[in-house]
Write a protein that binds this ligand. Structure first.
Ligand code: PAF
Length: 263
């Protein structure tokens, strides 16, 4: 596994990969089972697997959240090595934003609900860094999890509208056996809160309406940002012990029966 710490180094590596199919998994590190499933699929479908680790400052509207974001680089590299990753790109903020955050992508409409409302600037930051990374990696396929469904949808539409020649591949949410969606933020929860956090998935799947799911979460002590039905899915964002968790499940005809549980 080769690690590129600078963009010139990466571009040199990239030149040597010409002619082979490339899969890309962009991450902010703090890797978990969800990322592992993206990497496994990426490896299966491409000759070369590339991952990036970059905690993107432009998508954090709260500096405390950025500071608190888990950073586990050594463990991340160990896991990627174990999973057979070929190339890792680990740029610095100065590499990706050499003149600061001068250019940013805006999307009309898609960012005016849910995460876009509660995290101002979040999607601008995500779209901007994802476009930079897609341009640097020039992959055949890039893998994104359905846990961040609104992000997945926005990135898919952005890539299409900017004629990015990379297919955006949607991958199912990986869950713990309790139903809790795998997330980098789960490690910030105490054991008790981690067990309680599984209620988000239970409430989303069991409640008849979004309002009912919201009431169940509030009754259990969550501070709820939103519970909302949209695009045939039910979405929630809620805080537990000050940690913001999000999840979504299909509703109506597409209602979830079983899910890919991990030990
Ligand atoms: O989902 C994430 O981890 C991030 O939003 C992404 C896509 C790597 C962009 O920083």
């Amino acid at each position: 596994m080769h690690i590129s710490h600078t963009i010139p180094e990466w571009l040199d590596r990239r030149r040597r990969l010409e002619g082979r199919s490339i899969g890309f998994v962009p991450t902010m590190g703090a890797l978990h089972h969800g990322h592992a499933s993206l990497v496994e699929r990426c490896r299966k479908e491409n000759e070369v697997a590339v991952a990036s680790i970059f905690v993107n400052p432009s998508q954090f509207n709260d500096p405390r959240d950025l500071e608190r974001y888990p950073r586990t680089v050594e463990a991340d590299l160990g896991l990627l090595r174990e999973l057979g990753m070929d190339e890792v790109l680990m740029p610095t903020a100065a590499d990706l934003y050499p003149q600061g955050y001068r250019f940013r992508i805006e999307a009309e409409g898609l960012t005016s609900s849910m995460e876009g409302v509660h995290r101002p600037g979040f999607f601008q930051g995500v779209m901007t860094v994802v476009l930079k990374l897609l341009n640097l990696v020039r992959a055949d396929r890039a893998y994104f999890g359905e846990k961040d469904f609104q992000q997945l949808r926005i990135v898919t539409e952005m890539a299409a509208e900017f004629f990015v020649p990379t297919e955006i591949v949607a991958c199912p949410t990986v869950r713990e056996s309790s139903g809790l969606a795998a997330s980098s933020r789960n490690v910030l929860l105490s054991d008790g809160a981690r067990a309680q956090a599984a209620l988000i998935h239970r409430a989303l799947t069991a409640a008849a309406t979004a309002d009912e799911a919201r009431a169940a979460l509030e009754a259990a002590g969550f501070r709820v940002d939103y519970v909302e039905d949209r695009w045939g899915r039910r979405f929630a964002a809620a805080f537990l012990e000050g940690v913001r968790l999000i999840d979504n499940v299909p509703v109506g005809d597409g209602r979830e029966g079983a899910y890919a549980a991990v030990p």
